[in-house]
Write a protein that binds this ligand. Structure first.
Ligand code: GDL
Length: 450
């Protein structure tokens, strides 16, 4: 079965039960079939993986299992024994079996074993028993899988390897002894997650999937971090899935997105992931379709109207993809750069004035969007973007102020602003201090000093 859908697999505050049920609806409406419950925030998934869920926690999960069953969605629960498991200790296999038993009792038939983001070190007894991490993990997962199948003959299992992207193996997947051994030793029925060339992959090519598929001896299931934002809380992504074409579909066994922490920000992510999984992917068309379907959620508190289609598109343009803004906003940034190409441009030129007017127009649209968002009935949708839009508004206002100053044709040695002022939106603190120590050049390389 080709698995398509969503994994709640990020670090940080997890979604609520009600949001997960809503996510099941989004997944279905996007033509997809799978939800993986795996928030790093659920301490029973990682740190306390040996414990079973309390009655109250189990009751919450039960609701989700039932909601998925009604919607005919495949529902997976993740368990990450990876931090302190003793692979060679039979009592740890038993602990996992107890978890599976409890979850089977709730109707959970599908599982993910996570071995991502763990130290590569092994205990002495595991080295003695297995020799390598891959052999130890494969034996552990195979034992869990055999147990699952003895209880649930149709149960599915997915495995997230410790080396889950090409960057972790120096972009030489064929040269990774770990991946080769996982390919050889992991039961062939267990699916293997893969995030592509990187943790957050700008592109995933068919060739790269052919290669990793050969090494793993099975088609990988893509764990797509394209819309994930837990690694940078200042950004949120509401643009279409990009950098992957539907030529990857025959080379994978699934496409599962691990999206933004902010639940409400994920509508376009889910919808366009579904469009790609469905085949015949056209990024721009998928975005338009998604924005149209999303609009319903943008109801204003003061009237029955919604935020306008143009403003919702602007929101997506500003919060587009991890590696770029939307095409219109990218164009306007290029325009702004052109306006500042010279130290003192001749602002009387009509092209300069036209460019300046376009940036002023952008500022006004961002301000209007910001104002409308504050009036949303759906407060979670507002919170999902508020911080980002606040910054966007401040920065673009600042840019317009600077361009306005240039437009006044100041003397060659004049400084902006005329008076010393510390803007609120300039970041301070530790991370800024560290970033200033290592400057990034135009090629993306880092340099110290001067
Ligand atoms: C990761 C983590 C994931 C996190 C993502 C984005 C995998 C397999 N694991 O490395 O939990 O959300 O990066 O930061 O992707």
């Amino acid at each position: 079965m080709f698995l398509s859908g969503v994994i709640e697999g990020f670090y940080g505050r997890a979604w609520s039960g009600a949001q997960r049920v809503e996510m099941l609806d989004w997944i279905g409406a996007a033509g997809m079939n799978t939800f993986v419950y795996g928030p790093k925030d659920d301490i029973k998934i990682r740190a306390r993986w040996r414990e079973t869920y309390t009655a109250a926690e189990a009751a919450e999960l039960q609701k989700l299992v039932d909601a998925a069953a009604v919607r005919k969605q495949q529902f997976f629960v993740a368990i990450a024994p990876s931090l302190d498991v003793v692979y060679s200790d039979a009592s740890d296999v038993d602990a996992l079996a107890r978890r599976i038993d409890q979850l089977l009792g709730l109707g959970v038939r599908h599982y993910v074993l996570l071995f991502d983001d763990i130290p590569r070190t092994m205990r002495d007894e595991d080295v003695a028993a297995f020799g390598t991490l891959a052999a130890a993990q494969a034996a552990f997962a195979n034992a869990a899988f055999r147990y699952l199948r003895s209880k649930a003959p149709d149960g599915m299992m997915l495995f997230c390897p410790t080396e889950y992207c090409a960057a972790f193996v120096g972009h030489d997947v064929a040269g990774s002894g770990y991946l080769q051994e996982i390919g050889q030793k992991l039961a062939p029925e267990i699916g293997v997650f893969w995030t592509g060339p990187d943790i957050v992959s700008e592109t995933i090519s068919a060739d790269s999937l052919r290669e990793i598929g050969g090494v793993l001896r099975r088609k990988p299931v893509i764990w797509d971090n394209f819309h994930a934002n837990d690694y940078d809380i200042r950004r949120v992504y509401a643009g279409p899935l990009g950098g992957r074409g539907d030529d990857i579909l025959p080379l994978i066994d699934g496409l599962i997105t691990n999206p933004n922490n902010e639940f409400e920000a994920n509508f376009v992510a889910v919808r366009t992931t579904g469009a790609l999984a469905g085949g015949g992917y056209d990024e721009a068309a998928a975005l338009s379709e998604a924005l149209g379907a999303w609009r319903e959620r943008f109801r204003l508190a003061s009237s029955n109207a919604t935020v306008s289609e143009e403003h919702i598109r602007l929101l997506a343009e500003l919060c587009y993809q991890p590696f770029r803004c939307g095409p219109e906003v990218e164009g306007l940034l290029a325009t702004a750069k052109g306006l500042m190409a010279e130290h003192r441009p001749d602002t009387r030129r009509p092209e300069w004035q036209a460019g300046y007017a376009a940036i002023v127009g952008l500022r006004d649209r961002i301000r209007a969007l910001f104002e409308q968002m504050t009036e949303l009935e759906n407060r979670d949708l507002f919170y999902a973007f508020n911080q980002y839009l606040w910054e966007a508004r401040e920065e673009v206002t600042h840019l317009v102020a600077y361009l306005g100053w240039l437009n006044e044709r100041p003397a060659a040695d004049a400084l902006f602003p005329a008076k010393q002022r510390v803007y609120n939106f300039y970041r301070h603190g530790f991370t800024v201090g560290v970033q200033e120590l290592l400057k990034r050049d135009a090629e993306g390389r880092f340099h110290h000093g001067a």
